[in-house]
Design a protein around this ligand. Structure first.
Ligand SMILES: O=C(O)CCC(=O)C(=O)O
Length: 317
């Protein structure tokens, strides 16, 4: 178990409506308990200085390059609905294809332990994106990441980890959470004003049960807020990112076995096989892929029939 510092008995209590920011924790043992009680937990110093610097540098560079190449996904708000060329929110999607730093982060020991604890060892990465909130970025409404399962699955089926690469503050668009909202039940929404702001220093991680309502503040500061949102799911849930379609060939070929498993390139209890039922094992892209075929025997039969049909009628006598 990754121990960030010594465990410190959590006795988790919600902060209360519009109350103080959630307490910062430092041990994974606390996180298990606090996520279970409150639906979310903030772990301070989850990334060490070097890890954070490496991921932040790569994300900044990728975001700048996507801008330069006219490929950036930019929006007016965190909600990434209205795409606009100079929007103050930039999402850098599909990070797995965009750098070793991100591939390592998806399998960070802390994320691995927490997601395995709640979802089991076969859980999948559903999506991992960079979320950059620039000055003027408007807020994200309260929602929960498991919303697509709402009436079908009531337990925890997904876990989200938000890596804070810069300080998260009320002014720069920090995430907001409604503690305890993972227990609301299907269809219920938290009362107005029950959210609290997750203010935490760069390097912290917010861990959320997928049923926990959360959103963001608007960014009224003059600085950029950099975060990475990683969403993990039970192994039978369809992933948000269709990695089989979106990974570039070079990345796919070089994936470690651990990452292949995490992305779902494996058979799990008959699900995810390639063309034929397979043992529970990793799968590869398959070449050639078999499409519609006609057998030689079948073709010979068809040609014989055509020849008979087109032969002129025999005149006897
Ligand atoms: O970046 C954040 O603070 C939250 C993002 C979020 O809630 C989402 O992408 O669903």
């Amino acid at each position: 178990m990754t121990q960030l510092t010594s465990a410190g008995g959590s006795k988790a209590k919600p902060s209360g409506p519009g109350g103080a920011p959630p307490k910062l924790h430092t041990s994974i043992a606390d996180a298990y308990e606090v996520v279970q009680e409150l639906g979310c937990c903030v772990l301070e110093a989850a990334l060490d200085r070097q890890e954070r610097a490496a991921v932040l540098t790569r994300l900044r560079d990728q975001a700048a390059a996507e801008n330069e190449h006219g490929l950036a996904s930019r929006y007016l708000s965190f909600a990434h609905k209205s795409r606009v060329p100079d929007g103050p929110n930039q999402r850098v999607w599909n990070l797995i294809s965009k750098g070793e730093e991100f591939r390592r982060l998806a399998m960070h020991p802390l994320a691995t332990e927490i997601t395995e604890h709640f979802l089991g060892p076969d859980r999948l990465l559903s999506n991992m994106s960079g979320n950059i909130a620039g000055p003027g970025c408007s807020a994200l409404h309260l929602h929960h990441d498991q919303g697509y399962l709402i009436d079908r699955v009531h337990g925890v089926a997904t876990v989200t980890v938000i890596w804070m690469l810069t300080d998260f503050t009320t002014a720069n668009g920090a995430t907001r959470v409604v503690e305890g909202s993972h227990r609301l039940g299907p269809g219920a929404a938290p009362p107005e004003g029950s959210d609290v702001v997750v203010e935490a220093p760069a390097g912290s991680a917010l861990i959320m049960d997928g049923r926990t309502f959360h959103g963001t503040c608007l960014n009224i500061s003059d600085s950029y807020r950099f975060g990475i949102v990683a969403h993990y799911v039970l192994p039978f849930i369809r992933q948000q990112e269709n990695f089989a379609m979106s990974l570039d060939d070079a990345t796919e070929k070089a994936l470690s076995p651990e990452l292949r498993r995490l992305l779902g390139f494996r058979v799990w209890k008959t699900l995810g096989a390639v063309a034929t039922p397979q043992e529970e094992d990793l799968v590869q892209r398959q070449y050639p892929r078999i499409g519609t075929l006609a057998s030689a025997a079948g073709r010979a039969g068809v040609q014989a029939a055509k020849a008979t049909a087109s032969r002129p009628a025999r005149r006897d006598g």
